[in-house]
Design a protein around this ligand. Structure first.
Ligand SMILES: O=P(O)(O)OC[C@H]1O[C@H](O[C@H]2O[C@H](CO)[C@@H](O)[C@H](O)[C@H]2O)[C@H](O)[C@@H](O)[C@@H]1O
Ligand SMILES: O=c1ccn([C@@H]2O[C@H](COP(=O)(O)OP(=O)(O)O)[C@@H](O)[C@H]2O)c(=O)[nH]1
Length: 461
């Protein structure tokens, strides 16, 4: 059987368990733990002004980690710059804050070339190569130029916007050509795949010859929809175990008699945290019976603090939580408990379980694993209710959720009220359908479906 080689910008520190914020690392950790293989990526560390140097290898169970540092300049231009100040806002439909600098774009291509040079000598002839996310789009083209003939797949974890948004990127054609160098390109939803195909067609780079095949001037490649899942069984178990976890019990005691509404997100403007606080504020004002009873527990680890918009957000969100609490709190009740630290899954699962509502309201999100984790963590006999943004990829699958438009403060406020008063039978019915889906479409199924498509290839229809 061929070896699996996964490449992603973000790689969790080997041996540190699952206390990570960020769905990609959580999901790939679960996928690779089952299949084993080589996982290459950035160590998360800076080599300072020096060149990054050679990769270091570390074995941890079935996974071999191949990690590389990046120089300060690389991190600024490739990660904070082109990846997270250009591609991320662009793909989350935020043209108003999409910055573009040629220097960053050059840094992005330079780091991709560097990754290719590091990876190529470590490849075996029949390795299956699976590259992840917007940081590494040009990697296949770089590897091909170096003579690598292996099958190479790509999965985009974030949304792919429609042509009129994507074409605002000055180098959009180069990025599209980069994606066309893969054997298969996977997306979270059919909408994302369709947007990508429309971009190719409008730019004259490729023509869709069937639902999932694209013809370009140099051949064919495949496009597929592979909605990412979670380790459903693992999460169900973690949530059951958490009932006996002293740390979770202590938090539960501190919330006794409160109706907990939970939000869990990296501190990212795409997650709609200020809009959520406004909706919760509105809910409390419009539903005075819930004052003194409902508490929003918002777990929000800081993220990408090197990027100016993220720093600004840290202040904005903290101020907003302070304002709502200042205006509404009483001596024995705080409406919003806002926590900036990252919480490990064993405790997080317990927090989901004590929450009567999972409030997941991103303005735009590739998938949103938190929505799925919340559902998996519920007690089937007395489950909580998921309130979910229609703009999260997860909304295409979680049909037992109350779907909301996060731009509509009143609608979100009403959805919270509806969720908190939904009768038991309706809650059970909604939850059972979603849990069944999550069990059938877990992380193993996602990984298996993508790798089968990558391995098999197939023929253009
Ligand atoms: O690596 P960071 O810069 O710290 O950011 C964390 C990850 O954020 C994004 O996650 C996406 O992938 C999830 C799993 O498929 C998906 O559910 C979510 O909607 C996406 O936003 C990003 O795409 C990853 O590359 C980052 O590692
Ligand atoms: O304190 C935290 C906050 C988040 N997460 C995890 O980070 C991931 C977030 O993934 P999601 O797809 O929701 O969003 P992303 O951050 O990848 O955009 C989920 O697995 C969460 O359980 C975590 O482990 N601890």
């Amino acid at each position: 059987m061929s070896r699996l080689v996964v490449v992603s910008n973000r790689v969790p520190a080997p041996g540190k368990g699952k206390a990570q914020a960020g769905g990609l690392a959580v999901a790939l950790q679960a996928a690779l733990a089952a299949k084993g293989g080589l996982w290459m990526g950035w160590s998360g560390a800076s080599s300072g002004a020096r060149d990054p140097g050679a990769m270091t290898f570390r074995e941890d169970g079935p996974i071999t980690y191949a990690l590389t540092d990046l120089s300060r300049k690389d991190i600024d231009e490739y990660y904070a710059g082109f990846a997270n100040s250009t591609l991320w806002p662009l793909c989350h439909y935020r043209l108003d804050i999409t910055d573009y600098a040629r220097k960053d774009m050059a840094g992005y291509f330079r780091v991709n070339r560097f990754f290719a040079r590091q990876l190529a000598p470590n490849l075996l002839l029949d390795d299956l190569i699976w590259i992840h996310d917007y940081h590494l789009i040009p990697l296949a083209a770089e590897l091909r130029q170096m003579g690598v003939k292996n099958r190479i797949g790509f999965f985009l974890h974030i949304p792919f916007p429609p042509p009129d948004v994507f074409f605002a990127l000055p180098v959009h054609a180069t990025i599209l050509a980069g994606l066309s160098a893969y054997d298969i390109v996977g997306f979270q939803t059919r909408y994302d795949a369709d947007n990508f195909c429309s971009c190719l067609e409008r730019e004259g780079i490729g023509r869709r010859v069937s639902d999932d095949w694209i013809k370009t001037s140099s051949g064919h490649f495949r496009v597929g929809v592979f909605p990412i899942g979670i380790d459903t069984a693992g999460f169900e178990r973690a949530a059951q175990d958490a009932e006996h976890n002293p740390a979770v019990r202590k938090i539960a005691r501190s919330l006794v008699d409160r109706d907990v509404v939970i939000g869990v997100d990296r501190l990212d403007y795409s997650k709609g945290i200020p809009q959520r606080f406004q909706a919760f504020d509105r809910f409390l004002r419009d539903n005075p019976a819930h004052k003194g009873r409902a508490t929003l527990l918002q777990v929000t680890p800081k993220s990408r603090s090197d990027v100016p918009h993220y720093l600004e957000m840290q202040r904005e969100v903290a101020e907003l939580a302070g304002r709502v609490n200042g205006e509404l709190a009483t001596l024995d009740w705080t409406p919003i408990r806002y926590v900036n630290s990252s919480i490990g899954h064993s405790i997080l699962a317990g927090l989901y379980r004590i929450a009567r509502v999972g409030l997941v309201t991103p303005m735009r999100d590739g998938m949103n694993l938190v929505a799925k984790e919340y559902v998996a963590a519920q007690r089937p006999v007395d489950p909580g209710v998921l309130v979910l943004s229609r703009f999260a990829g997860a909304a295409r699958e979680m049909d037992g959720a109350i779907l909301v438009n996060p731009y509509d403060t009143e609608a979100v406020s009403q959805a919270i009220a509806q969720a908190l008063t939904l009768p038991l039978e309706a809650r059970r019915e909604r939850h059972a359908a979603m849990l069944d889906h999550l069990r059938r479409h877990d992380i193993g199924a996602w990984c298996g479906a993508f790798l089968e498509a990558l391995r098999e290839g197939g023929q253009p229809g």
